[in-house]
Design a protein around this ligand. Sequence first.
Ligand code: MIG
Length: 784
Amino acid sequence: MFGKIVSHKVRANKIHLEFEKNEGIIEIISPMIVNVFCPLKYDNHYSRAVEDLKIEQCEILVEKKDFYIEISTEALLIKVYDDFKVDFYSIEGKILCEDFREERAPFVRRGTISDAQDEGHSVDIQADKHKIEVVKRLFGDEKFYGLGEKTGHLNKRGYYYEMWNTDDPTPHVESHKSLYKSIPYFITLREDCAFGIFFDNTFKTYFDMGKENSKYYYFGADDGNLDYYFIGGNNVQSILKGYTDLTGKTPLPQMWTLGYQQSRWSYSPAGRVKEIAKSFREKDIPCDTIHLDIDYMESFKVFTWDKERFPDEKKILNELNEDGFKIVTIIDPGVKKEKNYDIYETGLKNGYFATDKDGITYVNRVWPGDSVFPDFSKKDTRDWWAENQKILLDSGVSGVWNDMNEPASFNGPLPDDVQFENEGRNTDHTEIHNIYGHLMSKATFEGIKKHSGKRPFVITRAAYAGTQKYSTVWTGDNQSFWDHLRMSIPMLLNLGMSGISFCGTDVGGFSFDCTPELLSRWVQVGAFTPLFRNHSGSNTRDQEPWAFDEETLNINRKYIKLRYKLLPYLYDLLWSGETTGLPVMRPLVLHYEKDKEVYEINDQFLFGENILVAPILEQGKKIRTVYLPVGQWIDYWTKEVIDGGKYILKETPLDICPVYIKKGSIVPNYPEQNYVGEKDIKELTLDIYPGEGQYVHYVDDKESYNYREGEYTLYEFIMKNDEEATIDINIKHEEYKAYDSFKVIYNCDITKEVYFNEEKISFVETDNKIEFVIPAVSGRLIVK
Ligand code: MIG
């Protein structure tokens, strides 16, 4: 495809290579990040994921050697050979990533496919050669993480996936090569080194992570440019930072979006929505949000209300808002083809819809019947769609849920030849498919931002790399299966490893009937997932926290209340994630990458750095092993201090989800509330697990962008634990009126005296802990 290197030129941060048959460019983005590019289709990246490519000026050395061109930054050494083979080394000379020089050689496969298929078996077939293909050598010590929303386990090594946004209602199992989202990015962890590869190509892409043969792995595409980023780093965390520096960070959301959310297909009519709201308050279960699925619309026409079911939507939404409920409405991309329906007419008049190859508006069937599809690849269409969000906001809607945006239709994916404007580079569906939902969420985000001034809440089903900037995601139509609860953990963890911090699954499962036990265990996981929404499909039996029996209700209440208690901690995680790119839900490997024991843990995760969750994912299970990494951990329920670096056994009656707090943690807690903002919280509880540790707590108005102008307050806590324990409290930034006092829960019962700024503080002693109150000012706390 390339042939021999003919010449090379250095232009600023780019090394242009001329090969016999093609050209290639190595672009140094930063000392750690390198782009490998060949303009097979376009002369430039025209990326939909990397919207603001920042080049870090750095020293680059380029030298021609006998058989290759050597490029070095202060962190990486890159060797480019004939045929555009590129090898990456650390600056110390350790080989990190090497192009495979031989031909692909699949493991042996025998028998005839057609016989098996005739009998109805689904069979894996041998993947062809792809138009674009980069094959890398497997050294044998690789673990792969990321690739967005895939079925299977945490480590993707040994499996094959495709990136082609897919709405497949059959139960998601390991043979699904693609689901709703396409995030062509993965992290490779090897012994003593790690790196990321982001293949920024929106066509259908292919990722074989060593399935075809254990000597190599590859990624390929049907079309587009050869355009991938090699992201080096000292550890997995810094790679995630590098990737999100490119594609964007999950922004801090409004705090209410982190509360509990209740959904169903569909709460309708208005009276039913009111009934649901009332039940939450009556049954003493906190809840912030109720979702309206497709039946609130008139004939499924987007941006309309069914006037029979919701005769006065403004009035009812206003009443719900006053009771502390936010309303989120679903919006699909398909616009009903109907004369005099103004969304359709306006779109048609302005050429906002995708067309067939003859330029005629393309029509397919979705919920509204014959529908047309906005061309979100075009800025004018996005601006128009953004304006339409105002219609919802004016009705009192607080967030928008984008569904069916793979895009899906009742006849499967749109045909390949549907035409899109693509900002002047006219193209067809094969290029736009994987970014359709991404661009729809971008439009939705921008509209809500413009018209509300607040941090938008958008939920999308389809996504591409970088969607985290605009939207939270849910993992689509799972089923009320234990298998799906189990699989949700690695799926969400890998979404987090792919930059999407704010994600969740339908708690309780979407299709099929949930059981009381499954809902009880699922809500225990949900309490620790960033998006905490119970949703279920049409015709499945009721799945609200109270739908079954007293025991299930109590368990739901217990864990939803725990979630509300932890809200300030969760909010801190999202705030810090804006800088670090680290997700809320983390595989243990993100913090303990030197510990081989954690590489394949599929059934435990960290909720931020300080809280380890080891949920029950099997029916009837009343005891489980938990791996505690090195250090000391405190059982959240019993307060027992346990040495880590080993497996322990934990008994798990139905109301216990094993949770451990790292020694040296300070966990901020809120008092009980029915919904975010119900109380003006003037006293923050600090749940302290004595030891060495630091914590930063962030406070702002919970909804606006004023924090970006500096309107926030930061408390820093530095805890030392020598003879006597000291906690230094420093207010690092104070431009938002936060707390008057801290209520300290100090989880240690051998205390004799407490001093704050040298003043003696009285405390009460309860089992295993003491409690006292101090003013929320800078100072030194001493516990003897
Ligand atoms: O064809 O709007 O994944 O959450 O409830 C089904 C109805 C369309 C699929 C979504 C699901 C939603 C449902 N939707």
